[in-house]
Design a protein around this ligand. Structure first.
Ligand SMILES: [Mn+2]
Length: 364
């Protein structure tokens, strides 16, 4: 058996608007969307450079049907220009690809798709089966599996959930897929890459979409020959979304916060990544954290920086004790102070005091 080689990717969301992400302005958003397509192009280049036999696009290549037709056509031209075979399943986001206008263009570009009537492509030297998200049926999958030529490498391409059975996009579980005779199962839908078994894997998306996608991104390269399956996760992203937590104290000022953020520059000397600074902890009562000012001061130092302020003004126990004389608040503080140093639980005291004050405020 000649080695059959492939690249497995998914969830590219190439025309995403990213309006859900926290980009301050539309130009940052536009630039990021362009980067998603650049990374896709780079991956196509890799497929050429490595001379792989097949590219598996395991669904959600597009985010929604809203794009200009000439832009869609340009992507199809790129896919038809690469020398390997391209296989695509339709995900929950790009079901519009089943519409005949789009289907025709996919066909014209030589992109191989799947239907319940024709769930298997048998090519010279290997077989690929697949199912669009909404067409999946376990019975059909078993029927296809029975018809495989066991002298050929075979791959199954699917888009959906295989871990949480309560999920609306649940297909079947990973153990069931692992028990099929396919040599490799290429999954899409979950953006964090994961090998669920040796041969059942989510590739994840090659480029993260927002701060919720902090894990490493890339695609899966695979080889099937007489010795069996070999796979490798290839890190490929241009940028990371990094969240940093700064715990503030009453000693912090706007300048000290600025300096603490500036110190992060050395972790990202090429100004490549997206940074979110989460401000936590307790600040001086007089400190007004204006995140606009912080952004103005620091924006040139990073490709992207944003702030999320969840810090709270420090609680002045002595002042509160006087203000809330003869109340539960005073009792709480007294109890705390009568505890030995070792027993003192400052965090829970502050939590309790804040809760009481919040009830008080509501009542007013
Ligand atoms: Mn999906």
């Amino acid at each position: 058996m000649m080695a059959f080689t492939f690249i497995h990717t998914a969830d590219l969301h190439l025309n995403a608007t990213l309006s859900h992400a926290s980009f301050k302005d539309t130009s940052a958003q536009e630039r990021r969307v362009y980067e998603l397509r650049q990374t896709f192009d780079d991956m196509l280049e890799k497929s050429k450079e490595w001379g792989v036999d097949a590219l598996f696009l395991a669904g959600d290549v597009f985010d929604d049907p809203y794009m200009r037709m000439h832009e869609f056509d340009a992507l199809m031209d790129r896919l038809s220009a690469i020398p390997c075979e391209v296989f695509l399943v339709v995900g929950n986001h790009d079901a519009f690809l089943k519409n005949k206008t789009f289907k025709k263009r996919l066909d014209a570009a030589g992109v191989r798709t799947f239907t319940p009537e024709a769930p298997l492509h048998r090519l010279s030297g290997y077989e690929v089966a697949g199912s669009d998200t909404w067409d999946f049926s376990i019975d059909r999958l078993q029927a296809v599996a029975e018809n495989l030529d066991d002298s050929l490498p075979s791959v199954l391409v699917l888009h959906g959930e295989v871990r949480k059975s309560e999920d609306e996009h649940f297909l079947t579980d990973a153990a069931t897929l692992d028990a099929t005779p396919f040599d490799y199962v290429a999954l899409g839908h979950i953006h964090q890459h994961a090998f669920l078994t040796e041969k059942v894997a989510y590739s994840g998306n090659p480029e993260p979409l927002d701060f919720s996608e902090s894990g490493e991104k890339g695609f899966i390269y695979g080889e099937i020959d007489d010795a069996g399956l070999k796979t490798q996760f290839i890190p490929f992203q241009r940028r990371f979304f990094l969240t940093h937590t700064l715990t503030l104290t009453p000693e912090d000022t706007l300048d000290s916060i600025t300096r603490r953020v500036e110190a992060l520059k050395k972790e990202d000397p090429k100004k490549q990544h997206f940074h979110r600074i989460e401000l936590k902890g307790e600040t001086h009562r007089e400190l007004d954290i204006d995140t606009e000012v912080l952004h103005e001061r620091l924006k040139e130092d990073f490709h992207h920086i944003e702030f999320k302020d969840v810090s709270e003004p420090a609680v002045d126990l002595q002042a509160l004790r006087h203000e809330y004389e003869d109340t539960v608040v005073e009792r709480l503080i007294e109890d705390f102070e009568s505890d030995s140093e070792a027993e003192r639980d400052y965090e829970s005291l502050i939590e309790a005091v804040r809760a009481l004050l919040a009830t008080e405020e509501d009542g007013r």
